[in-house]
Design a protein around this ligand. Structure first.
Ligand code: ZN
Length: 102
């Protein structure tokens, strides 16, 4: 079944309200896996954004920029990002019963 991309809005809306510092990501550069909160953040109070780098290899994991009333989030440096059970939308109960991921 193919739907209009707007159909995922509800699920993403629930996902992005979850606590993300506990979310685990895999570095595209070296494959290290760790919580976002354990990585190295580079930012300045007056800068329009921030850069999160891998604590193992210093590759850029994500870039967040605030400009012109919009927020742009680039996750190109991560192979994947997973969030705990608290982020699993209630309308998607089967996801919490899936296999344990490494
Ligand atoms: Zn790395």
């Amino acid at each position: 079944m193919r739907l209009d991309g707007n159909a995922i809005g509800g699920l993403l809306g629930q996902l992005f309200t979850a606590e993300v510092t506990d979310a685990r990501g895999s570095c595209h550069g070296c494959g290290a896996v760790g919580a976002l909160g354990a990585q190295h953040l580079y930012m300045h109070p007056l800068a329009p954004g921030a850069v999160l780098r891998c604590r193992s290899c210093q590759s850029v994991l994500l870039v967040l920029v605030l400009a012109h009333g919009r927020i742009r989030l680039a996750l190109r440096g991560m192979t994947w990002l997973d969030m705990g059970d608290s982020a699993v939308p209630a309308v998607w109960p089967s996801a919490s019963r899936g296999p344990v991921l490494a």
